[in-house]
Design a protein around this ligand. Structure first.
Ligand code: SF4
Length: 197
């Protein structure tokens, strides 16, 4: 990694979901669609074609490129809204809110970029879950910022060291489109066999 390398904002989401999945997608260049990823891509395509305009007191602009020189981040926000001089990044997701907070991390990374671009503090954003048709408020808290910055640093460390994060079987593997390539349970079995040998 050098000074010209930027981390895709979506990489933070994938890293928080599973660091090994992040490595497969963004370092090894692997990606396989499953039902969830196809629905997600289709949702983003629909959102991005809607353009910009006013909705009552809210100005909305879609598919906005964001960049941060400080954090070396780059990516696209699905929707940015401005209400009474306050700006809000909004990320669209196909499903419903789950127990892990990787979507919040993605919104926080968008906020870090937006702050640098407009020179104004962003205090809140949203994740819109298409399945439940609900907006989930994301407070861009000091704690979330610390987590986002730590995630950026962890990703930079992987890029610089070339070290592959281990594949560890968890509940998240069940919905992972890379399961067939990764086979984390098979890796665990081989390790256990090596240990008792
Ligand atoms: S199958 Fe599990 S360990 Fe492997 S990339 Fe997916 S989530 Fe990560």
């Amino acid at each position: 990694m050098n000074n010209h390398d930027y981390i895709p904002i979506a990489a933070l989401n994938q890293y928080a979901y599973c660091s090994h999945r992040y490595w497969r997608m963004f370092c090894a260049g692997e990606f396989l669609d499953n039902q969830y990823t196809i629905e997600g891509t289709s949702l983003h395509d629909r959102v991005h074609t809607l353009g910009e305009g006013h909705r009552e007191d809210t100005w909305q602009v879609r598919a906005v490129w964001l960049k941060s020189e400080q954090y070396k981040l780059i990516g696209k926000a699905d929707l940015i809204e401005e209400v009474d001089g306050n700006w809000y990044p909004i990320e669209y997701k196909r499903g419903h809110k789950r127990e892990w907070d990787n979507d919040e991390l993605q919104v926080c990374a968008q906020a870090l970029c937006l702050e640098e671009m407009i020179g104004q503090k962003i205090t809140q954003g949203y994740v819109y879950y298409a399945q439940s048709h609900q907006r989930q408020l994301v407070n861009i808290s000091a704690e979330l910022r610390v987590t986002a910055i730590a995630t950026i640093q962890a990703i930079q460390n992987i890029q610089q060291s070339g070290k592959i994060p281990p594949a560890i079987y968890t509940q998240r593997c069940r919905g992972c489109s890379l399961y067939q390539q990764c086979l984390p349970q098979a890796v665990d079995k081989v390790k256990r066999y090596q240990e008792i040998k």
